[in-house]
Design a protein around this ligand. Structure first.
Ligand code: SF4
Length: 389
């Protein structure tokens, strides 16, 4: 049966419809530790919203979180619990993990029954689906919230995010509201950072047109072609490993390479492993060549940025007994491992500070370390994506 993109893939579908109309079977999704961490945080947040409590140890065990990941999970969910506790009293309605199926042709949305998370098998062929982490009503306002773990989409404007726009539209139509507040909640061991925007009646009508465009573009077309670009990696194309455009690029690097995610035998897997090693080397050489080129000629990337040379400064901290004592006074001596660096101190500060206090504490620590004369500044150049002026 024809498959339409989910809300989370709407932005990718707008750039390249080939995963949906190219007739290529999608490779099986392989779960990673990062994905398991994110799912565990979502499960905990869902139960915290519904019951006010969650069996964190059982969730962590189920998703195989151990060691530093387990510590990170407890810190992150601690912040989520604080956030939900602060919000819950205002809710006159709350539902977690709500799956929607929308039909933009008739301008309607419905709540979809599921047999498990992300099960959209009951959707009709012309419906686009997606799941909201949390739907609440505060006063007269409908609110749709989506958790992002780690730095993913940190600070992004939710009214410019294709997934949040679709979720807002779906919730507003399903619950019968003319406007909806959409919230991106970035959660990590440093706290919960929220960005929110209101989608009004005109925004909702515009989103309906955008979704109609997604249905049209991903429909069956004559000679569908992949459209490669930065979106292939940045938006996690589900068929990147088997896409003909990717294969062609690899073949241009080395015509001998025949990479495919369809592993047929142990021997085939061993051969592929060798080829992957060759491909990695070829790609690394290509990456170096691109960076060398970008040093001389900034490369426009088509996303409003250029790849070019940029000067940066890095601050390192000399690990003197006075520096260690100063860090201990702020309860972050855990940042001292074999050496001290800014990133290590930042991580430790986030672990011990209350929500909203980490930045101030970090400034105070750095001022003290500067006074001790242990902060060294080094200037270096790197190749990076830079916003066009
Ligand atoms: S890898 Fe890129 S070009 Fe290929 S299908 Fe995916 S988005 Fe399109």
């Amino acid at each position: 049966m024809r498959r339409l993109p989910t809300f989370s893939k709407a932005a990718l579908a707008a750039k390249c419809a080939f995963p949906w109309n190219g007739g290529i079977a999608w490779p099986e999704q392989i779960t990673s530790d990062a994905a398991n961490f994110g799912i565990a945080v979502h499960r905990a947040a869902e139960l915290l919203a519904l019951w006010g409590t969650a069996p964190l140890d059982a969730i962590a065990e189920h998703y195989g979180l151990h060691g530093s990941e387990l510590k990170r999970f407890h810190l992150t969910v601690g912040w989520v619990a604080d956030f939900i506790r602060g919000e819950r009293e205002q809710w006159s309605f709350a539902a977690a993990e709500v799956a929607f199926a929308v039909d933009p042709f008739v301008d309607e949305s419905r709540i979809l029954e599921q047999d498990g998370p992300r099960d959209y098998s009951r959707a009709r062929p012309a419906e686009l689906c997606g799941t909201a982490d949390l739907v609440t009503v505060v006063g007269e306002q409908l609110i749709v919230s989506d958790y992002k773990t780690g730095r993913y989409k940190m600070g992004a404007d939710p009214s410019a995010d294709a997934q949040m726009r679709a979720l807002g539209y779906a919730a507003a139509r399903a619950y019968g509201y003319d406007s909806v507040e959409v919230r991106l909640l970035n959660v990590d061991e440093g706290g919960v950072r929220m960005t929110r925007r209101l989608l009004d009646v005109i925004d909702l009508a515009t989103i309906r047109l955008e979704l109609l465009g997604v249905v049209r573009d991903t429909g069956e077309v004559h000679n569908p072609t992949p459209k490669p670009g930065s979106h292939c990696a940045q938006q996690w194309c589900p068929i990147a490993s088997v896409c003909p455009a990717t294969q062609k690029t690899i073949a241009q690097i080395n015509p001998e390479l025949q990479l495919t995610a369809d592993i047929r035998s142990p021997e085939h897997a061993a051969r592929l492993r060798e080829q992957v090693a060759v491909a990695k080397k070829a790609l690394a050489a290509l990456d170096t060549a691109i960076k060398e080129y970008a040093k001389r000629h900034p490369i426009p990337l088509g996303n409003g940025k250029v790849l070019g040379q940029q000067e940066r400064t890095r601050r390192t901290i000399e690990c003197t007994p006075e520096a260690v004592a100063a860090l201990g006074r702020y309860g972050v001596s855990g940042a001292v491992e074999s050496s001290v660096n800014m990133a290590g101190i930042k991580r430790a500060v986030k672990g011990v500070c209350a929500n909203g206090q980490a930045a101030g504490t970090m400034r105070a620590i750095m001022a003290e370390l500067e006074k001790l004369g242990v902060v060294k500044t080094r200037t270096y150049t790197t190749i990076a994506e830079i916003k066009r002026q």
